[in-house]
Design a protein around this ligand. Structure first.
Ligand code: AMP
Ligand code: MG
Ligand code: MG
Length: 206
């Protein structure tokens, strides 16, 4: 395990740590599933400070009433999504934020916890809403895969607690709330970097 506490130069200027919350039911796949909270942290790849954030609550179109299961799991209230924007507006706002607050000329990679956000959720909702999936959302860095390589774990990492305890980190905030999830992913990212890990893209959309 590389543990020389020596920060390496990264191949990116920014890590864009992204997390979605979405409509859900217990033991049942929502169809279509819709994003209800979208959070992104712009993490500086030299200092690991959060230099900017993007956040939207999104009002689901197909299932506008959240299930009790979803509200309990996420702590997102009906009022929060009712006050949210539509998915097309959220996507447009994200693209504007990417252009103005990140810069498409910068070297960046979107960082997620798992492959679901950019492999499944965003492409499916873009298809359903007839919106174009931005090119830069077609590749990502799954922090679980990075941690697995760092820690020499070959199998699938299910629980985030495996990474947190493996790195000696304490979970912060509320689990399944996009902004808090971004904060914990950012903590894992920074800790791996501090221990000398060099990040690379782990997944690409077909
Ligand atoms: P997460 O980023 O881990 O909070 O999960 C993203 C989304 O996946 C949630 O907003 C839910 O829609 C869904 N999800 C996560 N965990 C569960 C679960 N135990 N049961 C059903 N859906 C879940
Ligand atoms: Mg997530
Ligand atoms: Mg989450």
């Amino acid at each position: 395990m590389p543990d020389d506490h020596k920060m390496q130069e990264q191949f990116f200027d920014y890590f864009l740590v992204l997390d979605f919350e979405a409509t859900c039911e217990e033991n049942k796949q929502m169809d279509p599933q819709e994003i209800i909270e979208w959070s992104v942290f712009k993490v500086n790849a030299k200092t690991y400070t959060v230099d900017g954030t993007f956040h939207e609550f999104i009002k689901p179109r197909h299932n506008p009433e959240l299930t009790q299961f979803c509200k309990t799991l996420t702590t997102i209230t009906q009022e929060m999504v009712n006050a949210g924007v539509s998915f097309p507006t959220a996507l447009q706002n994200f693209e504007t934020w990417m252009e103005n607050d990140v810069g498409l000329d910068k070297r960046f990679v979107i960082v997620t916890c798992g492959d679901w956000d950019l492999k499944t959720m965003l492409p499916k909702q873009c298809r359903n809403e007839k919106m174009q999936l931005p090119e830069y959302c077609k590749s990502w860095l799954n922090i679980k895969k990075a941690y697995g390589e760092f820690a020499g774990i070959t199998g699938f990492i299910k629980e985030n607690s495996v990474m947190m305890s493996g790195l000696g980190l304490t979970h912060e905030g509320i689990e399944h709330r996009a902004t808090d999830d971004c904060m914990n992913i950012s903590n894992i990212l920074r800790t791996l970097a501090e221990r000398g890990y060099v990040f690379a893209v782990t997944g690409k959309a077909k």
